[in-house]
Every structure is written in structure tokens, then in C-alpha cells.
Design a protein around this ligand. Structure first.
Ligand SMILES: C[S@@+](CC[C@H](N)C(=O)[O-])C[C@H]1O[C@@H](n2cnc3c(N)ncnc32)[C@H](O)[C@@H]1O
Length: 222
């Protein structure tokens, strides 16, 4: 993959450049560091929720939008799941692929440089769809894409979502916060396994709101 394979996406270049810097730095980390995959509480909640299902991880297909440093995608592939992960940054894809190779997960993973929007996802084709801290950067497409993700989950499958909510510093353009009320409206009929909000003081005068949900689609579609 060449450095200038850069994709143009809805998020401003400045924001993408900020994330890119983080992944670029990670690319310089030793193998032992990248071999350690740590996941946050929404994914931990997903694993907890999945204990009630009786499916073998090897049978599960996972889609992760905006895989970033690849920790989540690799943690799922490590369990034997078949994971498709996409991100629009060359360095995010590169660091995810490097982790994948270090952990010998290439047979279980397909990592692509792709926009998270603008392509159709086959209906009810994934057991788990994950979109952490990314849909909000699609602005007016955030909710419509969220609906497409929900439609892509198989009956009995899971959606794992997280995003920001207020309080948050002002941005230009404004982030499309998906609110608690909107999430609940979109997920009527789904079983909520984990749902919550939090506020984190990232640094002085930078208090940020977060929201997450892990929900299971009803077994029978109406
Ligand atoms: C805040 S980071 C979150 C990364 C990861 N999901 C996580 O939770 O750690 C935002 C990610 O979204 C990706 N991103 C933003 N807009 C995108 C788009 N339209 N298509 C693909 N990736 C996008 C960025 O490259 C970056 O990796």
C-alpha cells in the first residue's frame, strides 16, 4: 500500500491527520507491544453478552468499521472469528495488518483501506457489527449508516456502538452526536446488554461525553 493511497472522507483532513499521527507512531513500536491487544468496556461487555449464545466463535462473521489501531479486530480474530475491518487511513490499516501478522491471524482477517460509508452491506450478513467512535464523523450520514449497520446484523446477532455526546468542545464542522434517545429509537425491539453514558475529563477544560451500547437483534425479524 502506497502512502498516497489516501482516501478522501467526510471528516476534515485535520482530524484525520491527528489520528494518523497516533497510528504512525504505533507502527514504530516493537512487535511485543503490538502483540498486546487491549479492548475497552463495550467489547468486554460484548464477550459477556455472547456467553448466553451457544455459537462457536469460529462460526461468527464480524464487521468492524474504522478499526483504527486494530486492537478490537485482532481480539475478535484471536477468538477464531472471521473479521472484516476497514479504515480510511493507510497507517491504521498498516498497524492493524502488522498486529494481525504478529499474532498469526491473517487467515481470519480481511483488512481494507476503505471509507466506512458509501458501499452497501448485504442484509443480515454479519453476526457482529462494531462501530466505535466513528459514525459521528459521517455527519448527516451518521444515522442512515447506523440503520444500514443494523440491517446488516443477522437475527440474534450483535451491534456494538460507541460515540460522543455532550458535553463536548465545539468543532467545525459540528460532530453529529447520536443521542441516547436516538439510539433507543433505532434499537426498539433489540435486547440491551450494555448501555451507558460517561463523562471523561481528557485534560483541563476538556470534558467529553461518551455513550455506548451493546445490543442483540431479535431472533425473528418481523
Ligand atoms: C476516534 S478514532 C476511533 C478508532 C477506533 N474505532 C477506536 O475506537 O479506537 C476514529 C477512526 O475513524 C476513522 N475514520 C473516520 N472517518 C472515516 C471514514 N469516513 N471512513 C473510514 N474511516 C474513518 C479514522 O481513520 C480513525 O481511525
Amino acid at each position: 500500500m502506497a502512502k498516497d493511497d489516501k482516501l478522501s472522507v467526510a471528516a476534515p483532513e485535520k482530524w484525520m491527520a491527528g489520528w494518523d499521527k497516533i497510528y504512525q507512531k504505533m507502527l514504530g513500536a516493537p512487535d511485543e507491544e503490538l502483540a498486546e491487544v487491549e479492548v475497552g468496556h463495550p467489547i468486554q461487555s460484548l464477550h459477556h453478552a455472547m456467553r448466553i449464545t451457544e455459537v462457536e466463535p469460529e462460526e461468527l462473521r464480524v464487521l468492524e468499521l474504522a478499526c483504527g489501531d486494530g486492537s478490537v479486530a485482532c481480539s475478535m480474530a484471536k477468538l477464531g472469528m472471521k473479521v472484516k475491518a476497514v479504515d480510511a487511513l493507510v497507517n491504521a490499516v498498516a498497524v492493524t495488518q502488522r498486529r494481525m501478522r504478529i499474532l498469526s491471524l491473517s487467515d481470519n482477517m480481511d483488512v481494507s483501506l476503505m471509507d466506512i460509508d458509501g458501499w452497501s452491506i448485504e442484509l443480515e450478513s454479519y453476526d457482529i457489527v462494531i462501530a466505535l467512535q466513528c459514525l459521528q464523523y459521517l455527519f448527516d450520514r451518521a444515522i442512515p449508516r447506523f440503520r444500514e449497520l443494523l440491517a446488516a446484523v443477522k437475527p440474534g446477532g450483535f451491534i456494538v456502538y460507541s460515540g460522543n455526546i455532550l458535553p463536548h468542545f465545539e468543532t467545525d464542522p459540528s460532530i453529529r452526536f447520536i443521542t441516547e434517545a436516538e439510539l433507543r429509537e433505532e434499537l426498539v425491539g433489540w435486547t440491551f446488554h450494555s448501555f451507558g453514558t460517561d463523562q471523561v475529563l481528557q485534560k483541563p477544560n476538556d470534558l467529553r461525553g461518551y455513550i455506548w451500547v451493546v445490543a442483540r437483534k431479535p431472533q425473528e425479524t418481523e
